[in-house]
Design a protein around this ligand. Structure first.
Ligand SMILES: *Cc1c(COP(=O)(O)O)cnc(C)c1O
Length: 376
């Protein structure tokens, strides 16, 4: 290999993080919690418009806490988008509950509101409502929140938003993740900003976030000795990682603009090729283009998605198929799914291209050249 590897979405430090980490070291605030954690939570609220936030060890941990604090338990049903990463679903099983997978709409690739509302209406008639719904905002774009939120409110179903991939996006001018009972975000290494690993749980309800903080720190009661009245978890974020998060959050807007520029560049270079499509930007808000995702109609383009992916790999370029729908995953076999054809087609034809905010024009050209070269 002559050229260096192009990754899908590598970490991109701003240069501010080391100074903030040094501050943590100078004051010996290394262990969980500390002033950077408090500041990161406050700055995150300012950035997203969330009222209250708890920084935790991962997005998955945040989702687990959200389900626990929505009373999801053994035998309960939880509606969840089928086109997503398995981390949207695993915590439902941690709680012994049953996921019900909901197909995507073509407009946003996120959960189809008609199917979602239909599922709630059907279950309300049967007198057996799901305990919660996990609405995922995929690849940097908000789902169509309003009809889903209204139906959840009508039937008393707790809405949890998985905004792990959508920090920086908007829905009607507001941040996805701030509409439901809870929202969760991820700072994993491949997300739009990163703490190497980490997550955030947000809610308008101060009491819920306070309770989440307690559960995340081994559920210690206020007592001089170790007193416990409920099962706890070790889910809090360390002060050192919160320092990285503060440095990253300060440049979030720049990161969004850089990723949108990547998308524009790909669009201009590829949109005229027969059979190539792009993930749409729905009319209700801003797509961050965390990842640029194309679709390849094999018939019209002359090569299928996997052929293109392998051609990119041969040039040391990482590209990945769109998420394999959860209703097709062996680990979730046997759970109910509503529709599924839209998500299945996106999985078959969809390809995520290198989308990092540090990509250069030459990097993007490398990717474009390989794709153009695959055309029949
Ligand atoms: C990354 C991701 C998560 C999990 O976040 P972690 O911080 O990696 O635990 C959850 N849901 C979606 C949609 C994600 O992309």
């Amino acid at each position: 290999m002559t050229s260096s590897r192009l990754y899908l979405s590598p970490p991109h430090m701003s240069g501010r993080e080391l100074g903030l980490i040094q501050e943590a070291f100078a004051t010996n605030w290394i262990a969980p919690l500390g002033p950077h954690v408090d500041a990161f939570e406050q700055e995150f609220c300012t950035c997203t418009g969330a009222r209250h936030a708890a920084a935790v060890s991962s997005g998955t941990a945040a989702l687990h806490l959200a389900l626990i604090l929505s009373d999801v338990g053994p035998g309960d049903e939880v509606l969840v988008s089928t086109l997503t990463f398995s981390a949207s679903v695993n915590p439902i099983l941690y709680q012994g509950a049953r996921p019900v997978f909901v197909d995507s709409e073509a407009l946003s690739w996120n959960a189809d509101p008609d199917l979602f509302v239909d599922a709630l209406e059907t279950r309300a008639r049967r007198g057996r409502l799901p305990k919660a719904a996990v609405l995922v905002h995929l690849y940097g774009q908000s789902a169509q929140v309003a009809p889903i939120q209204a139906a959840c409110e009508r039937y008393g179903v707790h809405l949890i938003e998985d905004a792990a991939e959508a920090l920086g996006a908007t829905y009607q001018g507001r941040a996805p993740g701030t509409f439901g009972r809870f929202g969760i975000y991820s700072f994993n290494g491949n997300k739009i900003i990163t703490t190497s690993g980490g997550g955030m749980l947000v809610s308008d309800d101060a009491g819920l976030i306070q309770h989440a903080r307690k559960l995340a720190t081994q559920a210690r009661e206020l007592a001089p000795h170790y007193e416990h009245t409920e099962v706890g978890y070790n889910y809090r974020m360390s002060n050192v990682l919160a320092a990285i998060g503060r440095g990253q959050l300060a440049v979030l807007e720049e990161r969004v603009l850089a990723r949108r520029r990547n998308f524009e560049c790909y669009r201009q270079a590829l949109a005229d090729l027969p059979g190539i499509g792009f993930m749409p930007e729905a009319p209700w808000g801003r797509h961050t283009r965390w990842l640029t995702v194309i679709t390849i109609d094999a018939e019209r383009f002359g090569a299928d998605r996997e052929t293109v992916r392998l051609a990119l790999e041969a040039e040391n370029i990482e590209a990945r198929p769109v998420w394999k729908p959860m209703h097709l995953q062996p680990v979730f076999a046997g759970y109910e799914h509503l529709g599924g054809a839209v998500a299945e087609q996106l999985f078959r034809d969809g390809l995520c291209l290198p989308s990092g905010s540090s990509l250069t024009a030459a990097d993007l050209q490398r990717v474009v050249n390989v794709i153009v070269g695959q055309r029949r």
